[in-house]
Design a protein around this ligand. Sequence first.
Ligand SMILES: *Cc1c(COP(=O)(O)O)cnc(C)c1O
Length: 383
Amino acid sequence: MTLAAPAPYAGTAVATRPTLTVDLAAIAENTRFFARRTPGEVMAVVKADGFGHGAAAVARTALGAGATRLGVTSIAEALDLRAAGLVAPILSWLNPVDAGWADAVHHDVELAVASREHLDAILRDAPGARVHLHLDTGMARDGVAPDAWAGLCLAARRAEQRGQLDVVGVMGHLACAEDPEYPDATGRTRFAWGLRVARATGLRPSQHHLAATAATILDPLAQHTMSRIGAGLVGIDPTRTVPLGGALTLTAPVVGVRSVRAGTPVGYGHTWRAPTPTRLGLLPLGYADGLPRVASGRASVSIRGVRVPVVGRISMDMTVVDLGDLAVVPGEVATVFGAGDDGEPTVRDWADAAGTLEHEIVTGLGPRLDRVVVGAPALRSLR
Ligand SMILES: *Cc1c(COP(=O)(O)O)cnc(C)c1O
């Protein structure tokens, strides 16, 4: 028996297994958009594995396209980026009081201070830390409450004077920045107040940052020395006003095709019956891969450039589509979502079908998907 030479890699991965393709060129383009849009610096927010796109790849791409800093929630996420070789400034803003502050500072990670307890723990465990004081500007979630702000600023200033701390930033976060009917003037005003208080105690933070993606698009008044951009980098525009490029394409092979009679019930719970004789296609991915079950009966996929509806319940590992007259054969590839350039559904279509936002779709994609990265700058320059 002779062994055939291995099949060329390109194409085969896409045709045989559910595959998520991340286009770094789109992320670079989106980054350039925000770098032009803001007068200050762009912090690339790559929490939650770069919104499901791969934290290190998104970080590297954004830094190569105009971002100057990185932002994540936990110290663990920051250390992963350091381990991947990223040397840009990194801010971590969400940690328990007893986090590994010393390790973070050892790896040159800047830390947000969200309470007096956090400040005391950082002073105790990680002298010399570079910190951003985080003011709650109206979400009652993270950050220091306004009535504790002056006290925190004073304590931080004293520690700075003793040489124990370096307050490099003041930050806030807006609750309603994507709503043009409800510009978050309260949050803006509170942040401006917080900055004045900090300066009155003698602090001189070189960075003050409030705007994320939505405010950077809609609200020039919310822009300070830096914008923290996460969703926008990966093509999500919460304001639905600017053309950003989606960076994900999810494809899956059709693994089965069957003809059914009118009235045939499909899937768990028999939630759908074929209204006419038709052909059904089976896709080997489901809610374990991040397709929201609640989008059953509402979402569609694209095969041969034609949209076909998802029918019956999306189950853990399988999704059924109604092929109608399309003469699809097993092995053909369905595009579950993509950038939308060829009429295929987008992440936004899936989010709309599920009654959620795009962020939840992209960060919920499962580990079982094959992942392929395209559009890296080095590859593009070879072409
Ligand atoms: C996630 C996050 C961001 C990024 O927000 P986007 O709307 O995704 O750009 C910025 N700041 C904080 C504090 C965040 O948690």
